[in-house]
Design a protein around this ligand. Structure first.
Ligand SMILES: Cc1cc2nc3c(=O)[nH]c(=O)nc-3n(C[C@H](O)[C@H](O)[C@H](O)COP(=O)(O)O)c2cc1C
Length: 279
């Protein structure tokens, strides 16, 4: 797969993977490729934990499911992230951002906007959405052949200081490398962020993975070979939309829009048809 094809095809996989393990060669390639990422003074502040032990994956899955349910029941998830949710195609197209919740059980559909907008915690619990999402999260993590955790050296990762910014930048480079290489290998990849958003649950995972004090757990992903035949999740979303490049970029200074013919240049990424229609 060439680079542009990998960039075009890269996306979050939030459905189950094929059950087989990722090959040792592919696992090695992922770590070696990630390690080619740039880092401040070549500090390489990242360490990777490849998790294939079923018992440990099951425990992390339980923690992930519990985290999702708790964040939703407490209203924290929706309060924090409500502004990213889109509930119809027009809104999704118009903003060019966020996640478009396009797949909702019929019983929940009439409620979904309301649920995500007012008195969220109690309504979510009442209509069972937090239980559905918590269970989906637990099941999806539990079924993954592999989890990958990334920890950053605390000497480099000092939030609030320059080194914190630099460590975050190199972490992003590592993650994008992983994402492009997995795409090329037909491996799916999904962030599992919610367990790291509940302090005590994050501590449980840190203990489970025996991450030392010297390092901070910063990201967990599930990975496995993609299975194109699987059904979508009970409540599901798409997020393929992107803002037009003319909105994202300015020319020479912040106030100047891209001039012609740059603004109308042919897209080498998408070809003459332009970016794919959304959703
Ligand atoms: C820091 C960060 C945290 C994320 N956490 C989650 C997550 O917990 N669950 C998930 O499914 N996707 C997560 N994502 C993925 C984004 O939702 C996704 O990249 C975005 O919606 C664009 O979709 P795409 O990756 O398919 O292009 C995260 C992405 C980033 C950069």
């Amino acid at each position: 797969m060439d680079l542009l094809e990998a960039i075009r095809k890269r996306k979050t996989t939030n459905t189950p993977f094929r059950p087989e393990r990722i090959s040792d060669e592919h696992k090695r390639l992922l770590i070696e490729a990630a390690s080619r990422a740039p880092s401040h003074f070549n500090s390489q502040p990242w360490r990777f934990i490849v998790i294939e032990d079923r018992e440990r994956i099951a425990q992390i899955a339980d923690i992930a499911g519990d985290s999702m349910k708790r964040l939703m029941d407490e209203g924290a998830f929706v309060a924090r992230y409500r502004r990213y949710f889109r509930f119809d195609a027009e809104e999704s197209m118009a903003t060019g951002s966020g996640i478009y919740v396009d797949n909702v059980p019929a019983a929940l559909r009439p409620m979904v906007r309301l649920v995500f907008s007012e008195q969220v915690g109690s309504l979510l619990s009442k209509f069972g959405a937090s239980t559905i999402l918590g269970n989906d999260q637990r099941k999806i993590v539990r079924s993954a052949p592999m989890l990958l955790a990334i920890a950053l050296d605390r000497q480099e990762y000092r939030p609030g200081e320059l080194s914190g910014l630099y460590a975050s930048i190199t972490l992003g480079a590592v993650i994008q490398t992983l994402w492009l290489v997995t795409t090329a290998l037909n491996i799916g990849m999904q962030f599992i962020s919610t367990p790291l958003e509940v302090a005590e649950n994050k501590a449980r995972i840190v203990a489970l993975l025996k991450i030392p004090e010297t390092h901070e757990l910063v990201a967990i992903f599930r990975m496995g070979y993609k299975d194109p035949s699987v059904a979508r999740n009970t409540i599901d979303w798409t997020s393929n939309q992107r803002k037009p490049f003319t909105e994202l970029a300015r020319y020479n200074d912040w106030e100047t829009p891209l001039p012609e013919p740059f603004a109308s240049a042919r897209s080498l990424l998408w070809g003459d048809g332009g970016a794919p229609a959304e959703p």
